[in-house]
Design a protein around this ligand. Structure first.
Ligand SMILES: CC/C=C\C/C=C/C(=O)SCCNC(=O)CCNC(=O)[C@H](O)C(C)(C)COP(=O)(O)OP(=O)(O)OC[C@H]1O[C@@H](n2cnc3c(N)ncnc32)[C@H](O)[C@@H]1OP(=O)(O)O
Length: 212
């Protein structure tokens, strides 16, 4: 599920609620779609803050659903609709943003991380790819070499390293939701921030490859 709350400054606060780590279950994915649509259709709402309940942003795809076929809305269009939102969406990352959880944050226009948060794309450790936008949005944000490192090792990074790499915009030792709300208010009314295009890798010369 996702809870919708109006907060001061003409903002909507969307809180993912799926204990213990607010993983992206069918109900959470549907909840994101419903609450985002509510925020975007309300002319009184000028920006959105996205967070997770109990100070845990999101532990990624719900591994309890891996045993069966995927039901409900898919992650890719769910995240694409956040990126396409014409109102600023700011992720308030506390606890963890892992796998699909980081991919969700990458689809937001801005990211605030609590100093103790951990971020990463551990899909490779499960034999998966970050196929919900991570392979596309992370290189656009931090460049191909740094993104490849995170995608191929699955290692987690601290909030400070995430700031240095350019994954997050700001780190706070306070309440990430409040800092995110402050940022959302300061950019409301501005055009949504977009990611730069993917860098084009040019190969100067390719030798013919033969199997003998
Ligand atoms: C087209 C789409 C393709 C790909 C897109 C996305 C793919 C993914 O997102 S794959 C999943 C990526 N996420 C992970 O791999 C995270 C795995 N979890 C962890 O690393 C850790 O559990 C944690 C860092 C999130 C928390 O660690 P810790 O504080 O040490 O607690 P526990 O490990 O004991 O876990 C507590 C509790 O949470 C449950 N849990 C953790 N992650 C998930 C999850 N992703 N889905 C569902 N449940 C999760 C874990 O099982 C424990 O539950 P119990 O207390 O009931 O045992």
């Amino acid at each position: 599920m996702a809870r919708y709350t109006r907060i001061p400054g003409s903002l909507a606060l969307i809180t993912l609620t799926n204990p213990p780590v607010n993983a992206l279950s069918v109900a959470v994915r549907q909840g994101i779609i419903d609450t985002m649509s509510r925020a975007l259709s309300d002319p009184e709402v000028k920006g959105v803050v996205l967070c997770g309940e109990n100070r845990k942003f999101c532990g990624g795809a719900d591994i309890r659903e891996f045993a069966g076929p995927m039901k409900g809305p898919h992650l890719v269009p769910t995240f694409d609709s956040i990126e396409a939102a014409e109102k600023p969406v700011v992720a308030a990352i506390e606890g963890v943003a892992l796998g699909g959880g980081l991919e969700l944050a990458l689809a937001c226009h801005y990211r605030i991380a609590h100093v103790k948060a951990r971020l990463g794309l551990p899909e490779v450790t499960l034999g998966l790819l970050p196929a919900a936008g991570g392979t596309q949005r992370l290189p656009r944000l931090i460049g191909v070499p740094a993104a490849l490192d995170l995608i191929t090792t699955g290692r987690h990074v601290s909030a400070q390293e995430a700031l240095k790499l350019g994954i997050v915009d700001r780190v706070t030792d306070g309440d990430a939701r409040e800092v995110a709300a402050e940022l959302a208010r300061s950019v409301s009314g501005q055009a949504s921030r977009t990611l730069p295009p993917l860098p084009v890798l040019r190969v100067a010369h390719l030798s013919p490859f033969r199997l003998n």
